[in-house]
Ligand binder design. Sequence first.
Ligand SMILES: [Zn+2]
Length: 312
Amino acid sequence: MQRTTIAQILAAGAATLLVAASLGAARAQDKGTLNPQPLPALANPNDPKLPAKQLFGRKGQPAPLLARSIGFYSKGCLAGAKALPINGQTWQVMRLSRNRNWGHPNLVRFLERLADKGPKVGWHGLLVGDMSQARGGPMLTGHASHQVGLDADIWLTPMPARELTREEREQMSATNVVAADKKDVDPSVWTPAHLGIIKAAAREPEVERIFVNAAIKKALCREATGDRGWLHKVRPFWGHDYHFHIRLRCPGDEPDCRPQEPPPVGDGCGHDLDWWFTDAVLNPKPSAAPARPRPLTMADLPAACRQVLVAP
Ligand SMILES: [Zn+2]
């Protein structure tokens, strides 16, 4: 099933593959600061070779335009973003210094609804990691996707029953639920509620895919009872051992949003996972890490992203 697996991964965008493989899993864990410093002004913001992440990474406020997702998850931008409020009854936003709690209004509403469903499956609140930048686009650190406001990372740490301080939100570590040998989940931290919240997300029609570590997928395959149709959307990926990644479909009325090919048929369990547990994948040699792709420039992004960037 190696061919299927690779084809499916490539469908996520080759850049995603390369970056994920070369960056490994640690990025979601990077700590933040209570005193974020503004980035220095660019000497030459119109240089056509300038990586687009240098431009979008400096936009702290959304483009005041009609909300729409433009382009592909790993090559696009976002107009009219909304912020997920940093506190709700059933969620809290983490790493506030990153200013990445922006999304398409569909994503913000979706997360609020999912958070409210959590307690019914034993998950008392979401700790929300990165969504998108204020205008989407490529990021200076951490992700190849999350560019169009339809991706969100949810920590695999249950939300404590109190409001976290600003400092905790920057410094606290998420829980790695994968065992040290990477072949299964760690039974000392993995709970039925982990399955419950991932399943609750996957069953939502507007969810396109969910990315988890292959060890988590293996556990879900083993533990899912009753309806197993949702497993189809839960796809193995590198990293994603401290968080799971929710990807929404393109909004129906937004032709500039480029949909992703649907995942391969089937639940993706059993031998479909074999490749992920080969030694070459579990323990890649440093020399096997592919070269970083050339960073995206404005010319690589849809033309409409220029308007998003320059909007007041
Ligand atoms: Zn993610």
